[in-house]
Write a protein of this length. Sequence first.
Length: 208
Amino acid sequence: MPRAPEYNRQHVLEAAMSVFWRDGYEATSIYKLIEATEINRGSLYQAFGSKAGLFHEVMDHYVSHFEVPLNGYLEIADPIIAIRSLFYALLLVDNDEYRSRGCLLFNTVSELSHTEPEMAQAAAARLSILEDLFEKRLVEAREKGLMPDNNPASVCVAYLMALAGGLRLQSKMGASRETLRSMIKIGLESILPNSSQNVVELNFRPLH
């Protein structure tokens, strides 16, 4: 009978995610992962196959943290308030260290687009959870007459994704919460001129 693993897989994923998120994929060595996860090289390779295999699971683990709170923003009655609230929740977390990391997925797309394009595409594919939410809420906003229809929905979705990615980059560069708040306001009003300042606060817990 095969011997049961002597480690907690969730703990390993959390520890590995912290290293990948902090240092990036290419700068994260197997040695760093072994040190952070506290399992030996053989166990790491047996469990995940490779550094790339571990990173794919880490990205899935990262996305899983956001699935429940993101679904909450689908249930807010006013789609414009939902989009604004989502930006505030993701980008105005009162934790300097968390904001300075940016987004693991956006970081990966930026870092690996030229050196590891397949990995970058895998990260981009996982961002579809956010794209889908934006699309659904924008369609609702148009149906309710809350925003103009002079731009294709696909362009508006791409704009919101670019805005989110750009704000994450600004967070990494040390932008204050006040600056980010102002940038969100300006960025959203450029396509959602009827948006209000109201925000719905959901129970969003930042990853560590």
